[in-house]
Ligand binder design. Structure first.
Ligand code: CP3
Length: 354
């Protein structure tokens, strides 16, 4: 196995000393890059792109060819798991993801089961192929959705504005939702462990919709299942710790509780003050974030100033991975992403000087 040439990202997640603050961007491979749009056109649909090992490898590497990023993230989607459960994922033009067979009643819930990982072989083949193509240049991040976020799409049948169906189930038939979440947690544990076995060097759990829950419901229906997953994960592979990052959008109010879920790092959306968040988690976890993705629509001077502010707010010492507070928007000028990456590397050095 090739030695890692740049392990700054892994060291920062473990709060070990680094020379500068590492940076990657959620959704760094995607539609804001013209070369992504070309590969996607060649593949056909988005799902065809995920299932084509060669093209999935190519698009994963595209942002790394342009920018000096400190990590690569597997090109795939969180909804591959419910698709493998037989829910029939498709993307309707301009409407986002949809399921042909959503989970709508007691019978649908009873029929759910952890999928045979063989159905997700294309994801693991992509992980192995990307690792090989990276040749140790930076670490590869694997990922999955959280059980609750996956359940939102499974029960709603796609995206939702008010989460009426899943919240109805949560308050009227919590037993059904708990059964879905349990199946999802077991599926995600196997899915992430198989990604790790194929070469993922860190994993991120995306809880995109945990933030729509009430204080109590977040713990019972989201965080408890994330905690269950983390306790079942392979934490050591190829002689290194495999760090786990939990990103709960809108989870800023619950950082103390999240800091106890077993994760090595928490992702922050742009609403939090990262210095205050650092004080609240009290050295239990590293932090990742948290520039508002729309900052990248501002002037170069403004992008540098906002980046400098987050670095100053975090302060001196390791334990910070710079990122956006959510995925990069598809209309972002790619040159502005480059300004961000350069600014993080340049402006963070003084915070890591001995
Ligand atoms: O970060 C990366 O570069 C890796 C790739 C990645 C994708 N989706 C590719 C993708 C990752 C990590 C995801 C995660 C994902 N997918 C999440 C959690 C993160 C978040 O943004 O909150 C969610 C909720 C999904 C579900 C999903 N997939 C939606 C809602 C959509 C459509 C809307 C959108 O933002 O595009 C997708 C499609 C999708 N997944 C695209 C990409 C590049 C766009 C597909 C296209 O090419 O048209």
């Amino acid at each position: 196995m090739t030695a890692l040439k740049n392990d700054t990202f892994l060291r920062a997640l473990l709060r070990q000393p680094v020379e500068y603050t590492p940076v990657w961007m959620m959704r760094q491979a995607g539609r804001y890059l013209p070369e992504y749009r070309a590969s996607r056109a060649e593949a056909g649909s988005f799902l065809d792109l995920c299932k084509n090992t060669e093209l999935a490898t190519e698009v994963t590497l595209q942002p790394l060819e342009r920018f000096d990023l400190d990590a690569a993230i597997l090109f795939s989607d969180i909804l591959t798991v419910p698709d493998a459960m037989g829910l029939e994922l498709y993307f309707a033009a301009g409407e986002g993801p949809k399921f042909g067979k959503p989970v709508q009643n007691e019978n649908d819930v009873a029929a759910l089961a952890v999928p045979d990982m063989e159905k997700l072989r294309y994801v693991f083949d992509a992980v192995a192929s990307i690792r090989k193509a990276l040749d140790g240049c930076v670490p590869l991040i694997g990922f999955s959705g959280s059980p609750f976020t996956l359940a939102c799409y499974m029960v709603e049948g796609g995206g939702s504005k008010d989460f009426r169906n899943i919240k109805t189930m949560m308050y009227a038939r919590p037993d059904l939702l708990h059964r879905i979440l349990d199946v999802n947690a077991r599926a995600v544990t196997e899915y992430l462990n198989t990604q790790i076995a194929h070469g993922a060097q860190a994993v991120q759990i995306f809880d995109t919709w945990g933030g729509v829950l009430s204080h109590g419901a977040f713990r019972e229906f989201s965080l408890a299942y994330i905690t269950q997953i983390i306790h079942g994960l392979t934490r050591e592979h190829e002689g290194r710790r495999v760090p786990v990052i939990v990103f709960a959008k809108g989870g800023g109010l619950w950082l103390e509780a999240m800091a106890d879920c077993g994760a090595d790092a928490l992702g922050l959306d742009w609403t939090c003050h990262i210095g205050q968040a650092r004080a609240r988690v009290g050295g239990k976890v590293a932090l990742q974030g948290n520039l508002d993705p729309f900052t990248l629509f501002g002037t170069p001077e403004r992008i540098r100033a906002e980046t400098a502010q987050i670095l100053a707010d975090y302060g001196a010492g390791s334990g910070h991975v710079f990122n956006l507070g959510h995925g990069i928007n598809q209309f972002t000028p790619p040159e502005h992403a480059e300004i961000l990456v350069e600014a993080v590397h340049e402006l963070s050095r003084p915070y890591h000087a001995l």
